[in-house]
Write a protein that binds this ligand. Structure first.
Ligand SMILES: Cc1cc2nc3c(=O)[nH]c(=O)nc-3n(C[C@H](O)[C@H](O)[C@H](O)COP(=O)(O)OP(=O)(O)OC[C@H]3O[C@@H](n4cnc5c(N)ncnc54)[C@H](O)[C@@H]3O)c2cc1C
Length: 440
């Protein structure tokens, strides 16, 4: 009998298992994958994601093989902004969410999942969790309406059956645990982005760059093995036409969104792997917990990739859920109290506002004139630029940055200085051009 069985052993699952095992609890992790391996993800970690790794003593292993930076470039319709997430906001974020701000770092990185997930799963095993890879959970054992264990197939083909006081569903957006329990998706947002990416060597972009133009986006971030992850994304309505010629349209999108990046990739880049892609990224939420079970990571809340937040949120869930479960397992609270505490942190007003922010952004409508003016105004204001980046990354509350008084103030300044950016020259014509599918 285990204290916890964790289904899924990546960002959410391995981290939850690691934290529970370090508190002395008996934990089993089951994952159908074998490690090291990749998963569909462009694996960018914002500074709070890196901070979680630091809090858990794993950051050095990651940074030993992964380039890190603190300044990120964000270019919207030709309006460039550069900045970093302020340490003060990071500290506030951790104190609000976890009650302490230890381990905060300001750097970000793009860590291949074959690197990161291996580090996490090894750390869980080292902490004492039993890790069974290449093993698939195929059934939940339910007794008197309560989940009490799992049955599945092991790597050698044999069947296994294990029981635990709690089963943690950390099995991703198509969660077997959630589907078996019949949990509906709620607040589902079907409009999302398509995303295609691969790995190029041969050039140095310096640091991470995120570009938007019209309804398309692209990004380049240095990653492991001396390569750069290059990503393009756009509205799902355009995906059918995009798929007709993926390599050609990746280059076409880069040339349209950032001609400089397009040229760098075309003239200097060598693609080292095939192009990966995904179309199914609709956002949704699920019930967080019930009798004998709790969900963490994408299993509970999946979001579009457009703000690169899912892994960091999986870490957040792991820390919140394991802290709550520890209190219950240690006899300091009832399970109901522990789960209510977890739910209270997860279902805050800020988290609802950020979910809405991501889902709205993933519709990929072109920026409005006033939104672009706001970006122009930010150029003269480093403090607000940094706060904008922190807001985009779910470190500062969305409601604070986008509150009316802030926007009016910034827009007043922007009216003075918008001239000189081509996007404003014939805005109506540009807006019409942006609505046309580039790949049709
Ligand atoms: C295109 C794309 C780009 C993204 N880019 C970023 C990014 O840049 N930054 C970021 O932070 N996030 C990004 N994300 C989101 C991020 O990948 C996810 O949020 C993250 O992987 C969630 O982690 P998880 O541990 O909850 O689930 P997963 O990483 O999906 O892991 C779930 C695990 O459960 C296992 N499993 C499933 N079912 C079973 C079963 N029945 N038995 C045993 N094991 C099972 C699977 O094998 C898998 O290993 C991106 C997502 C997509 C689609």
């Amino acid at each position: 009998m285990y204290d916890a069985i964790v289904v899924g052993g990546r960002c959410a699952g391995a981290a939850t298992a690691l934290l529970l095992a370090r508190q002395g609890h008996r934990v089993l992790v089951v994952d159908r994958s074998s490690f090291p391996s990749d998963v569909i993800s462009t694996h960018f970690l914002w500074p709070h994601g890196m901070s979680y790794l630091n809090r858990w003593g794993l950051l050095d292993q990651v940074t030993a093989v992964t380039p890190t930076h603190t300044v990120v470039d964000i270019v919207n319709d030709g309006i460039p902004l550069s900045g970093s997430v302020p340490v003060s906001l990071l500290r506030e974020h951790f104190r609000d969410l976890h009650g302490d701000d230890s381990g905060v770092v300001q750097s970000y990185a793009s860590v291949r999942r074959r690197v990161l997930d291996q580090i996490l799963v090894e750390a869980a095993a080292k902490a004492g969790a039993e890790v069974r890879t290449h093993s698939t959970v195929r059934e939940l054992i339910i007794s008197d309406g309560r989940v009490v264990g799992v049955r599945g197939r092991a790597s050698d083909g044999g069947e296994f059956e294990e029981r635990a006081r709690i089963v943690v569903g950390a099995d991703g957006r198509n969660s077997f645990v959630a589907r078996t329990l019949g949990l509906p998706r709620f607040d589902e947002r079907p409009r999302c982005t398509f995303a295609y990416w691969s790995y190029w060597s041969g050039f140095d972009p310096g640091r991470g760059q995120i570009h938007r133009r019209g309804r398309l986006g692209c990004a380049v971030v240095p990653t492991n093995f001396g390569q750069n992850m290059v990503l393009v994304w756009g509205p799902s309505e355009w995906s059918r036409e995009f798929r007709a010629d993926v390599p050609g349209n990746v280059q076409r999108a880069l040339d349209f969104v950032s001609p400089e990046l397009g040229e760098l990739v075309r003239t200097r880049g060598t693609r080292e792997e095939r192009i990966y892609g995904t179309l199914d990224q609709s956002g949704f939420l699920r019930q967080l917990h019930g009798p004998g079970w709790v969900l963490v990571g994408d299993a509970e809340s999946a979001k579009d990739q457009c703000t690169a937040i899912g892994m960091t949120h999986a870490f957040r869930d792991a820390e919140l859920a394991s802290a709550a479960l520890h209190r219950w397992l240690a006899g300091e609270s009832s399970l109901d109290e522990a789960m209510a505490a977890y739910e209270g942190r997860r279902r805050s007003q800020n988290s609802a506002a950020y979910y809405d922010y991501v889902c709205t952004l993933s519709e990929m409508r072109p920026y409005r004139h006033d939104e672009l003016q706001l970006f122009v105004a930010l150029r003269g204001n480093q403090e607000e630029t940094d706060r904008f980046i922190a807001t985009h990354a779910d470190i500062a509350p969305v409601s604070e940055f986008f509150q009316a008084s802030n926007l009016f103030l910034l827009n007043d300044a922007a009216k003075e200085s918008s001239a000189g950016y081509p996007v404003f020259e014939d805005f109506a014509a540009t807006s019409r051009m942006y609505q046309q599918n580039l790949f049709a």
